[in-house]
Design a protein around this ligand. Structure first.
Ligand code: GLC
Length: 548
């Protein structure tokens, strides 16, 4: 293990309310999650990312908090949360939580006070305008569900700014009191023992909003301040930021350009995500090669977080219209599978037609690319989506644990569940569940366990440097390598469906007893790397050599 734990972590994200319900009220809770930690440890997870845990009216699945210093009573108590941190730690699992401080719920006492009077001590904690801002109908994040970014509040007799839904008023980060409060919130959770934060909506947190200016200035130094604060309070805590911006704007989120990584430790690689989807749709690795080539170089210590699926729609907005249409045609052919004119609200298994070879290929590829892999709950067993649910809820259905009623998620009456379980068809819990897959050494779950164990033995992927191996390969094949102090790994992934042969003999001089460590099937030995067989949708992870 290298010096920095996050570089070699396997992150698993989940919503407490849909994971495991211990008391039969239909809502997942912290004791339920504690009961599943052994499952996560066996899977090989080293870091849990919990979606918002705070009290919330839940109009945006918890991304609308009413109290940053507590846990949602439906999930349990702060005591339960402290116990979770202890139990996870016992198993070598760290916990990071969503930090959603760009905005609060409009039911938050701060906003209730702020709107009540211009003299409220909290008035200036939010962003107001006396007059209707000219950019009122610009910058919406949820087109189709959101009509404006400034709404008139009759109680306040003023317009307030909300980058997201109208029930999520933005906090005013230009106000030093708000900045101090954000730091206090972070300190509180660090003190309890979290290992850091997934920071929600960072480009908007640092926005110094000016009414009428849709391109308000950004204060990136606030990130430097937060980094310093976090690192002083807990040396090994991290910031993992959501900043879905153009790639050339990303480096300043990692550091101030002086060469040091003095802002966030990790950023989700949204660009790679879109390119991965395009590559899978076209069965052509070129978009991934471009992504490897085009992504900015990171300062030392900075790291990408890779993902195929997260809790939101797959955001294809950074692809061209033509590329987006190719992905839609393949993975989201029906209008109701799409969202916000930019994305797809499906899980991976159904997008890939539940083709086991293709699913393995996709995840083997993600986990072998530079960065720290993030896996969404349920993907490890190939769960599906429920498109009859509105918006992003389609991919937020309860975890499917067993053949028991409600998929073993809860003992409540089905109509009391936080969200219906998928109980019909190819992805119903009768077919897709943990219990069945745990018993079957050939299951997708068993494959994930094996793949993650293999990753543990290949720290070059997380801590080393990754590059495309620029040799002629059959169409569909991506060859890349990861180099680090521990040695060199070489990867072949066939996005196409034809069986092929790949010649990597130019690597022979560097090789020292090269050997397959993860493959989709048994292949002839690596030998001199000149006639490497690769099945359609096949993959080979080869250790080329060990370091010292
Ligand atoms: C982020 C979250 C999303 C949420 C939004 C508003 O984009 O990923 O789920 O709705 O922020 O907080």
């Amino acid at each position: 293990m290298g010096d920095r734990w996050y570089s070699e972590a396997v992150v698993y994200c989940l919503d407490i309310d849909t994971y495991a319900d211990s008391d039969g009220d239909g809502v997942g809770d912290i004791p339920g999650l504690i009961g599943r930690l052994d499952y996560l440890a066996r899977l090989g997870v080293t870091c849990l990312w919990l979606h918002p845990i705070h009290p919330s009216p839940n109009r945006d699945d918890g991304y609308d908090a009413t109290d940053f210093y507590n846990v949602d009573p439906r999930f349990g108590t702060l005591g339960d949360f402290a116990e979770l941190l202890h139990q996870a730690g016992n198993r070598g699992i760290r916990v990071i939580i969503d930090l959603v401080v760009n905005h609060t719920s409009d039911e938050h006492p701060w906003f209730q006070s702020a709107r009540s009077s211009p003299d409220s001590p909290y008035r200036d904690w939010y962003v107001w305008s006396e007059h209707e801002p000219s950019d009122r109908q610009q910058g919406m994040v949820f087109p189709g569900e959101q009509k404006e970014t400034w709404s008139y509040d009759r109680t306040a007799k003023a317009w307030y700014y909300h980058r997201f839904y109208r029930f999520q008023p933005d906090l005013n980060m230009a106000n030093p009191a708000v900045r101090a409060e954000v730091k206090k919130i972070m300190s509180f959770w660090l003190q309890l023992g979290v290992s850091g934060f997934r920071m929600d909506a960072v480009p908007f947190i640092i926005e110094l909003t000016e009414p009428g200016n849709p391109n308000s200035p950004k204060d990136l130094d606030f990130l430097t301040e937060l980094r310093q604060h976090v690192q002083w309070r807990r040396g090994d805590a991290i910031l993992l930021a959501e900043a879905n911006v153009e790639p050339d704007q990303l480096p300043v989120y990692f550091g101030d350009g002086g060469g040091s990584a003095n802002r966030v430790h990790m950023l989700f690689d949204f660009m790679l995500n879109g390119r991965l989807m395009l590559a899978l749709a076209r069965q052509d690795p070129e978009p991934v090669i471009e992504a490897l080539r085009d992504t900015p170089l990171l300062p030392t210590g900075a790291q990408w977080a890779t993902f195929l699926r997260n809790h939101d729609e797959i955001d294809l907005s950074r692809l061209t219209a033509e590329q987006r249409n190719q992905v839609y045609a393949r993975f989201g052919p029906d209008e109701h599978m799409r969202l916000y004119n930019r994305g797809i609200r499906r899980r991976l298994a159904p997008m890939l037609g539940n083709d086991r070879r293709w699913i393995e290929l996709a995840y083997a590829l993600q986990f072998s690319l530079r960065g720290t892999p993030v896996l969404r709950y349920g993907e490890e067993i190939g769960m599906g989506e429920d498109l009859s649910l509105p918006g992003r809820q389609a991919i937020r259905t309860p975890m499917q644990w067993s053949f028991k009623e409600n998929a073993g998620f809860s003992t409540a009456e089905p109509d009391k569940l936080v969200r219906p379980v998928i109980d019909k068809g190819e992805y119903g819990y009768g077919k897709v569940n943990v219990t069945a897959q745990r018993r079957d050494p050939r299951s997708l779950l068993a494959w994930f366990e094996r793949m993650i164990r293999t990753l543990r033995e290949a720290p070059e992927i997380g801590s080393g440097s990754t590059s495309h191996i620029d040799v002629p390969t059959p169409p569909g094949v991506l060859a890349h390598r990861a180099d680090g102090v521990t040695g060199t790994m070489v990867f072949l992934h066939n996005l196409g469906t034809d069986d092929v042969e790949v010649d990597l003999s130019l690597l022979q001089p560097e090789a020292d007893q090269p050997i397959d460590v993860l493959t989709d099937r048994g292949y002839a030995e690596v030998g001199k790397l000149e006639r490497l067989q690769l099945a359609g949708h096949g993959y080979r992870w080869i250790r080329l050599r060990r370091g010292h």
